[in-house]
Design a protein around this ligand. Sequence first.
Ligand SMILES: [Zn+2]
Length: 135
Amino acid sequence: MKEKLRQFMYGRYGSDNLSRFILVLALIAIILFYIFKILILYYVGLVLLILNILRTMSRNHSARYRENEAYLRIRNGFTGFWKNLFSGKSSSGAADKTHRIYKCPSCGQKVRVPRGKGRIAITCPKCRTSFVKRT
Ligand SMILES: [Zn+2]
């Protein structure tokens, strides 16, 4: 029996970041179904679960790998967007061409300094520690 299971699982794709994400979505949908009694949520959760099982059972590794990569790109795009939003920077990235970000070695505060000034002493605005960096 164990040998049969091993054979069955051989060459299967298994779980990845995307499958864990789908699993969480499925669980959220089913929990929401129990709370709000909206039947469509139950089906959404069920379809996601089946989709997830099919993905992990798949032997087409390159296709699953591409799906996972696409998911990670979208996720990184989102987290980048939120990070920019909270730090008050535009997502255009123009600020990064004229400035460099250094972390204060003492307190970890991020300090933005203009580029191309050579070696300069930076004073942390938070804890007043001075450190020298090339810009
Ligand atoms: Zn500091």
